[in-house]
Design a protein around this ligand. Sequence first.
Ligand SMILES: [Zn+2]
Length: 317
Amino acid sequence: MNKVEGINWDVRFPKFRLARDCFSGFCYNLKMMKLQRKSVFLILGVLVLSNIYAWTVVYELTKSQPLEIVFFNVGQGDSIFIETPKGYQILIDGGPSSVVLEKLGDEMPFWDRTIDLVVLTHPEHDHIAGLIEVLKRYEVDYILWTGILRDTGEYEEWERLIKEEDVKVKIAKIGQKIITPKVFFEVLHPFRSLEGKEVKNTNNSSIVLRLVFGNNSFLFTGDIYKSIEKEIVDRGLEIEADVLKVGHHGSKTSSAEEFLEKVSPEVAVISSGKDNTYGHPHQEVLETLDKYGITVLRTDTEGDIKIISNGKNIEIK
Ligand SMILES: [Zn+2]
């Protein structure tokens, strides 16, 4: 693969701030209350709680976790949360509503209001709407998106927010690598920068990412159609993966047999809404996946799907 400029991150931990004011406030109160008995117990309680809190933070910072990937059940849309063994948090798409905030609340510690990387595969409602809510409530370090032009209110709000907030914006293009300790992502699509361009089919402009952790790999395909799947195959890109996020919510526009053969996943995840009006996932896609003996997991029937990897094996929760 060509060596193209990518995003390289240094080893660093997510930021946590201990509330120092709290400690100076405590000292002040100690003098003012002249060690009244009641206050002493209150203060001891605060100290014990502070101690537990501090150790919890230390534990969260130092523990070595597996890789966790959660396909959120956000209805008809995509939203995937990834936490790497070193604690990097990545969100691919935000689904069609603010439901993603509840889902993030379940996965992230209550004090953590930062996300390292947000990926918008393409600016369609069922991928972008939830991300707008995320940008309003979380401090996001990096954004990776295509920069294509759209004419919707949500798109305008997205553009306004990424300009206003202090976010480092990267435009996706094949060949880029996003490197974190132990885990890296490769950008496989778009094949050229689409920044400032109008595209005929927004779905087909989706960012395609392959995540690699040890011997395990995961392929995220956004909503690409068979035509892009074919081009990816024709280019001979490395796309083999243990887990495939099935393109376009299991629509028959996607998941060509040739593509599935090359990816050769053990597990395919379909993110679609219960009783959605599009009829996703389509029967013929389910039949094709079945034909290749691929285990199918669906957010519409199983809710949130969590996949854990230790770099050797994957486990489904
Ligand atoms: Zn979609």
